[in-house]
Design a protein. Structure first.
Length: 199
């Protein structure tokens, strides 16, 4: 595998920082390539050496946001001292809170993330696979610790994702008040945990 050129990577980072700042303020539609190039301190023609079009830049910005979201989801999952049940509760709330915080901080950036995932299915699929792997690992840990009844961890993880889709999809939950949505999330997770324990 070819080692990335540090200079090229730095230029890409500069472009993405400039693009994210503009997208955050003005949104995807109202931002032009020329404006991104100007903010990055280069010509639009030069920018084409690094990204094919505005959607490619937006996809790279979205990937960074999804990386941040995945880090937020993983944070409490990795607390081995916490019971798996509590880690699951925190996982569901972490995704919900990340989405709400992003929307409150920059509605245009949150809209961009939704748009890009619709346009670039590969990003949405990769994010879904990461979440599936996180949940499957948590279920396996719960089974091993005898917190959860034995079962197929992958299938259980898929079921958990299906049962919590409302809390993981801003397009579905944006009209709920945050406190009501969190209470509902806690209730749904409590029902899931009853099933996982074989209750």
């Amino acid at each position: 595998m070819e080692t990335p050129d540090p200079k090229t990577e730095q230029v890409k980072l500069t472009i993405l920082d400039a693009a994210e700042t503009r997208f955050r303020t003005f949104g995807y539609t109202k931002t032009t390539l020329a404006e991104i190039a100007e903010s990055a301190g280069m010509s639009a023609a030069n920018m084409y050496r690094f990204y094919e079009n505005k959607l490619d830049i937006a996809a790279a910005v979205a990937r960074r946001l999804l990386d941040q979201r995945e880090a937020a989801l993983a944070q409490d999952l990795e607390h081995a001292a916490l019971p798996c049940a509590e880690r699951l509760q925190r996982y569901v709330l972490a995704g919900l809170r990340f989405d709400r915080a992003l929307s409150n901080e920059s509605a245009p950036l949150a809209a961009l993330l939704e748009k890009v995932q619709e346009e670039r299915k590969d990003l949405a699929v990769a994010h879904r696979k990461t979440k599936q792997a996180m949940l499957a690992a948590l279920v396996e840990a719960g089974i091993e610790a005898r917190e959860f009844a034995p079962g197929d961890a992958q299938q259980i993880a898929q079921t958990i994702r299906a049962a919590t889709v409302l809390f993981d999809t801003p397009q579905l939950n944006r009209h709920y008040p945050a406190n009501e949505l969190e209470r509902l999330a806690q209730s749904v997770v409590a029902l899931i945990l009853n099933g996982l324990r074989g209750a």
